[in-house]
Write a protein that binds this ligand. Structure first.
Ligand code: ATP
Ligand code: MG
Length: 242
């Protein structure tokens, strides 16, 4: 049964979908089987970022509505290690949390990890998603605006879904920017959000071309690999100066 992670941030555009895909690939490179569930109903992204969307017909809402089976909706890569469930195109479509939870339970059976990529915001869907996972990766860029959104999201999740374990995943993090005073340090982000750190991914222009088949730079890939190992239960020291 897959370990289930919600990828969330409160604030939009901080890199949730990008990090979801790269982390999944890092885990696949270590031999893990990974299920991605795009939770951004109406604004799906993972089909383009993974390249698995061609010919996609059914969404996970179609499975909930008995319009197709789970295997009809599941999109696999060539290796069979990575799978994707896409959401419907209908914005703000409501769904039954218990039915979704049962669907995820079923879908996770043949995987080691599942990442549920949430859209921006802290609405009802986020709480329903949080109730279906074991942990949440709170993505934030190292600035006060993202930090506040992450703190508000963390506080909401802690109050409403205390069983969901939170970890902070920093994105677009460059220590030299911290030194020049242009970005908050990892320690400051931990203090601002009150959430324990799981990793920091650098700024990498190549990540902006994932949909064109580009892969992360070596330094970025190594950062994803460190997070993948931590998620797999390894103790991996944090590198260098924060
Ligand atoms: N580490 C990075 N380095 C450079 N660009 C990045 C990095 N992470 C994300 N980006 C870019 O930031 C933009 C937003 O990323 P992404 O769509 O993954 O964010 P999101 O949090 O999923 O957004 P939304 O809230 O709309 O779902 C994209 O153009 C992406 O390529
Ligand atoms: Mg996204």
């Amino acid at each position: 049964m897959a370990k289930r992670f919600l990828v969330c941030s409160g604030k939009g555009g901080v890199g949730k979908s990008t990090l979801t895909v790269c982390l999944a690939r890092a885990l696949c490179a270590r031999g893990k089987r990974v299920l991605l569930v795009d939770g951004d109903t109406g604004l799906r992204t993972l089909d383009l970022l993974t390249g698995l969307g061609a010919g996609a017909v059914y969404s996970w809402q179609d499975v909930l509505n008995d319009a197709c089976t789970l295997s009809d909706a599941m999109l696999f890569d060539e290796s069979g290690q990575l799978a994707l469930l896409i959401p419907s195109n209908r914005a703000n479509e409501r769904f039954d949390g218990e039915a979704f939870s049962a669907l995820l339970e079923r879908a996770c059976k043949d995987f080691d990890f599942c990442f549920l990529d949430a859209g921006a915001g802290i609405g009802e869907a986020l709480l329903l998603f949080a109730r279906t996972v074991d942990s949440a990766l709170l993505v934030a860029t190292p600035d006060r605006i993202a930090a506040r959104a992450a703190r508000q999201t963390a506080q909401m999740l802690e109050a409403s879904v205390p069983a969901c374990e939170l970890r902070l995943l920093l994105n677009r993090y460059l220590p030299e920017r911290v030194r020049y005073g242009d970005a908050l340090s990892a320690d400051a982000m931990i203090d601002e959000t009150g959430v324990q750190l799981i990793g920091a991914i650098p700024e990498d222009p190549l990540l902006q071309k994932l949909d064109a088949g580009e892969i992360p730079a070596a330094k970025t890939a190594a950062a994803f690999d460190r997070v993948a190992r931590r998620l797999s239960g390894e103790r991996v020291p944090f590198l260098g100066k924060r």
